[in-house]
Design a protein around this ligand. Structure first.
Ligand code: ASP
Length: 355
């Protein structure tokens, strides 16, 4: 996979400028309507013409564009690895990073990058938009400009944000806490279990208590994702016994994110409980995540979750499904031992779950 680089010269004459790298992956923000009315990605240079104000921002901007911008439904671990490698390569020379990404899978990518960028001490801000940049009432311009301002917010040469975040529709969120919850209105993202890191009005109001605080300096260590064999199983009344058993018996299966009801509850039918026990005895990791956006998994609170705990199912507490999948992919890419993966899965590594 390759990419191209474009420098946007700033028109301001100020000497100390923060340098921000914009990585354009695709998504609605940079799409245009073709003759049949379908949205498809276009070349990023066109976007700069759409937003000349970028040149008057007090920033050194460099734009890296995926050679083939994608609709984010096509995101793969190769794209995540490319993003992480671009950041690693440009880390010493840039003060912040803005990733322009389609909203559909943005929560997955922001979660993945939060795990892959170990020791991150600079802002990495994902954003996108619900309408393309050229649309009259677009949200793209505001989202991009605010993301750039946040990515260059420093206090005495120290970045205010030192983690992977999502900026969207006047709010800044921790990247591994968001979910896409809206496909029509502008408030596309929600972070039900962790407060916004900032709210944008006429000023940017940071919630300092919620920000990741870094004291000692640490080098950036990038971990690339490798192909894994994990599954997401969402429980529902009427789930086929056969299908469930077959999925858990797939030979390559390494782990399952199990989306359970309410506070982590699941059927107590013997076929279900036995299949879970058998899978765990075959070293398949089962990670319990709730179907509710808010609240948390508490295994053992109800009879219907006690058996999960007793069988060795791991509690995802208040983690999102998106972050749970990314975390599992990350751990299977970087760790080998079953025990070690289990311990890391239930430990907050990047603020993705509460204690
Ligand atoms: N389908 C688009 C994408 O995720 C939607 C968006 O950009 O908001 O790439």
């Amino acid at each position: 996979m390759n990419y191209s680089v474009v420098k946007i010269p700033s028109q301001t004459k100020k000497e100390t400028k923060y340098s921000v790298l914009i990585i354009y992956t695709g998504g609605t923000l940079g799409m245009s309507y073709d003759d049949s009315g379908t949205l498809s990605p276009f070349n990023f240079e066109g976007i700069i013409n759409e937003l000349p104000v970028l040149k008057s921002m007090d920033l050194e901007l460099t734009v890296v564009s995926f050679a083939e911008p994608i609709d984010s439904s096509n995101v793969t671990i190769d794209h995540w690895n490319l993003l992480a490698s671009i950041i690693e390569k440009n880390y010493p020379d840039h003060d912040g990073f803005v990733i322009l990404h389609g909203t559909d899978t943005l929560a997955y990518s922001a979660s993945a990058l939060s795990f892959m960028l170990d020791g991150l001490q600079k802002p990495v801000i994902f954003t996108g938009s619900q309408l393309p940049m050229g649309a009259v009432r677009t949200d793209a311009n505001q989202n991009l400009i605010a993301a750039l301002q946040i990515a260059s917010s420093y206090d005495h040469r120290r970045p205010l944000i030192q983690e992977v975040c999502v900026y969207f529709n006047y709010f800044l969120y921790r990247g591994n806490r968001v979910k896409k919850v809206e496909s029509v209105h502008f408030d596309a993202f929600e972070s039900e279990n962790y407060p916004p890191l900032a709210e944008i009005g006429i000023s940017i109001d940071y919630n300092f208590a919620a920000l990741k605080s870094v004291t000692a300096s640490s080098p950036l260590q990038v971990h690339l994702m490798k192909p894994t064999s994990i599954a997401l199983i969402k429980l529902f009344p009427g789930l086929s016994e056969q299908l469930f058993k077959h999925t858990l018996q797939v030979r390559e299966l390494q782990g399952v994110v199990l989306e359970t009801f309410g506070s982590g509850n699941a059927p107590t039918a013997p076929w279900f409980t036995e299949s879970i026990k058998e899978a765990i005895s075959n070293n398949i990791i089962i990670f319990n995540v709730s179907q509710c956006n808010g609240g948390r998994v508490i295994q053992g609170r109800y009879e219907t979750s006690k058996h999960l705990k007793e069988s060795g199912v791991l509690s995802g507490r208040d983690i999102t499904t998106e972050a749970a999948l990314a975390k599992m992919q990350f751990l299977f890419s970087t760790h080998r031992e079953f025990e070690e993966i289990g311990t890391s899965l239930t430990t907050a590594l990047r603020g993705e779950m509460s204690h």
